[in-house]
Ligand binder design. Sequence first.
Ligand code: ZN
Length: 255
Amino acid sequence: MIGIIGGTGFYNVDLFGESEQIDIQTPYGDVSMMKGKYAGEDVYFLPRHGFTHGRLAYQVTHHANIDAFRQLGVKRILATVAAGGISEHCNAGDLVLLDQFINFHTTHYTFGKMSLDMTEPYCAQLRGVLIEQAKRLGYPMHETGTYLSFDGPRYETAAEIRAFRTLGADVVGMTNAPEAILAREAGICYSAVVIVTNKAAGLSSDEPDLKAHSNMVKQNSEKVQKLLCAVVEALPQQRTCRCQEWYDRAVAARA
Ligand SMILES: [Zn+2]
């Protein structure tokens, strides 16, 4: 059983032969997602911003989304994320597999009463399989990347981007830290592949534009879907990472 969260421009998956919409009630709001099967595995697909990008980043109900996966018993989530490129090597159309984030959100994203180890915020096993399958398919992908996550909904200033670069951020966006934090708090393995949509503010003459960002993702969507399919097929059933251990330790500490 595996969950997929699609970012901007990634509103459906063709990997299911047949799928059905399911609605899940959570204490944080209702969540709709698609349920299908791939390679004998139950796969749940959730477009982060809704099926038609009806929700801007600050309106995304991260608590509800992750809680819905938790209720379904999903233990692994693969996410796609649209983000602006900050570091020199992160350019429009590039794929970046995140290994770190910097959280600049002013909202507290937590299910409460948990202090989790976030030294490695993304699941090592999922990351390993993503790297291995991208190589097998011949898709260039930056194997590490630091995501700077902030509230929005406005885009960044040029000075903020200069500061974020100094801090070591490779890409910038508005959703990924909350999702990674809440997944860890739910004991779910989580990994995220960024599709770089543009150069961030002040680094090029292009102005940020949601439609252009969606189009850049759509151009890369087939590639990313093939990558996700390959990962679903290749993932061993056994979890060999430390995500569950970190979760269990936090639960034990609060008892
Ligand atoms: Zn894990």
